[in-house]
Write a protein of this length. Sequence first.
Length: 126
Amino acid sequence: MGDEFTSIGELARQLDMSQRTIRYYEEIGLLNSIKRVEGGRRIYTDADLRRLKLIKRLKIMGMTLTDMQELEAMWTYEKSNEKVLKRLLELLGNHLKRLDDRIADLDILRNEITEYQERIRAKMSK
């Protein structure tokens, strides 16, 4: 894309994301630099594409939109990359802990299902 502009439809296709989702991210302050042309139509830049890719990635990692808004506000008002990165590390650490807990729960569930299968097979072989 370079310095080119693209429409919301094209951006949505590139990101496999709905146009409504992109507009929502703009509404809640996660996309702040959207340009408009005559008639109010939104146009997006390569920087907007990169920002949306980051938002998608952070969501996959389990970060909430509220967490992202907090980071955005922190950056906007304090302009401190160090504070933002420190908070991001904290949020990711919290998510990692939740993932580890979930994995442990799933491991227990897997063992219970395996035991249940073994009991069923034992009953069927009698």
